[in-house]
Ligand binder design. Sequence first.
Ligand SMILES: [Zn+2]
Ligand SMILES: [Zn+2]
Length: 755
Amino acid sequence: MVGPSPATWDGVWDATSAAAAVRDHDTGVEGDPTEVFAAHLASGWTLRPRRGVAGTHRSAGGGAELGSEGTLDSSAFVPTSRCLDLCAPRDDAATDDGSDGSADDADVFAADANEKKTAFARRWLRTVREAFGLKPMAPRDPNDAEATRPIARAIARLCGGVSAARLGGVTCRDRRWCRAGLVEASAALARVAAFPKSVSKKIASDVSRRAAAAAGDLAAGVARSLRDAARALDEDAALGRAIVPSHDSIDSESRPDDPFARAAAAMGAGSREIEAPGRGSQPFLPARGDARVTHRCTIALAAALDEAWLQVAYHARACGWCDPSDAYGARAESVRESGKTASDASAAYFAAAENAWRASALDRHALVEKARADPNPFASVLHSRLREGARLFARAREEENKTLFPRDVVPPEEGVGERAVVAAAEAVRKNSKKGNEKRKRSSTTRSALPVPACPPLTRAWRDACRSWPCRLYAFAAPTDAALRALKRSATRWLEVGAGAGYWAAQMRRSGMDVVAADVDPPGEGTHNAYHGSCAPWHPVVRGDAGAARSAGEKAASPAGASRLAGRAVFMCYPPPGFDSRMASETLEAFVASIGSNRNHGRDDETGHVLALVGEWDGNTADGAFARLLTKHFYLARRAALPQWGDTAHELTVWKRKTGNRAVDVAIPLKSCAWCGGGRVEGDAFSATKPNDDRNVLRRCVLCRDDCGTFCSASCARLGAAKHAETHELRLIPTPIEMLEDWSDRGEYVAFRPFA
Ligand SMILES: [Zn+2]
Ligand SMILES: [Zn+2]
């Protein structure tokens, strides 16, 4: 009997935590903008009236167009009444080195007579300033500071604009403030784009040339994201007025308690060079009724701006000149030892952005610090995306008073999950450089399993959450439970197809000895199809499937045994069979070598273990791999992993069969979510009972979740409530009748890992 336990993925994210994330978010408080923008203000950013425009009264709601080269021209905005600009500090401002910002900290919190409070505020502002990328990146080699300063400053300003647009649009839901951020971001982007031209090819140093190439890539990618954000904002202008809550129609100028008016006054006070007219008593903001962003728009904005930010994060790891202090997984150790705080920026950024609405600075600070110190930043980023997604979508559904599903469903013919997302990004990148080599990949993906259908907004959010993190970290995030399952199975591992080595780094952190290999290790001067030039998290050596042959050899064999011998083999999301035979080749090599030393028995167990992260009839390996695997190995352990919304991956640990039924106790590959029975179609190995004649398992195509896998119509009906919860977690709330429909018109298809 299934208890009332909620639908869960990885022991961290479940229906209860999703509900808490939504409940926690107090819609009544929109956040004090002075607090929301505190980091920007403390870094010398100002909010000031546009010269020559303030006081004029032309129509509000003007749109912005991005030029073909991707710059967002501020003059394209129709000036609204009493326009405001959020401005980056001048380049000669003394905030480059972080520490100099303290004078500004004190200014912003001048009202705090209490010294302790001021000290806290300073610490908090420094943390969040780093989190938002307002502090320019430092070169690895101090001698390169001169050459890289212009690009470092331009990128810091870009981060400032992008984060300001996100805070203004998503946290404050204020169209004008979001625009102001976008204008700043695009001005900064123009500088990033101009940087390569400023580098003379003849006399430039290596580091300058690398910086120029990376800046060019960054500018092209971010321009698209900023265009998406500007478009979302414009499209929302019409929709927005129709659903503005009644209290928003009150003119802020008649409401002296308006936090936006207060913030404008505070920001004016923070400006060194502009005397803000009407500061204090006369805020220069137009009526708020025209300026409110819909919740639907916040999702589109967050998706576009997060992609922009993540491309900067990728740049930081791929540019070859700045210091990815966490490269080679040394971050946690070095932070502990040196007390240094520089770390993977993304976890802190998303914690800061996600929690900017919280009233308590203490809470915000604690959450950002916690994310920054997280030794598994990828899981931190992912869980943050899950929480914010739950919140944003719940608010949008409330606002529109309807479910976002199943209307306007994206037809499922394009792509095949995150690999397709990354491959598509890669194709765009290559095409933009007049190369077409990736076209082949994007056309072949169509023959594979389609992405589950979902509404366009859900799709945009899912893609934004995963495509760049996949590139930066890995295709699935490890959890503590998964790492424990690996460690219990073997302590010495060979990871084949290790990509950026993120899993290897996490396994090492958990006390395992890992050799990570990839045919194309990403990093400086190399290019990996899935991870680009991203600096690896763990040393990745060049090696193909053949490395698994050495791993299968007995470790204790006499001299000549390689350091690969006697290792268990691990693969995270090996490419689907239509893309590459890597998974099958690895397994074949592994089976061949352990088969040849069968006489050695199982005393050295580690050489007989294979662990896999991936899906079963989705975009991992293929049926031939599954058949070979289940012929020689039995499923000994599994661990759930957090999902990207339309994925169904997990960690499975396989042990070599001994032929002794008492030893080879397999757990079933899949079973019915309600009764625990059912048979996998084409199953080559027995599950719990050798002659289980129960029905073939069918799985919901919309979620492909374990909670949506059933053996019969009655089980599907009985398990529908929990199944519906998992659809909520995947941001596709679905009518329960749809989930109960077991007929051929319904959304269930046979689970076919061996097809
Ligand atoms: Zn059943
Ligand atoms: Zn489902």
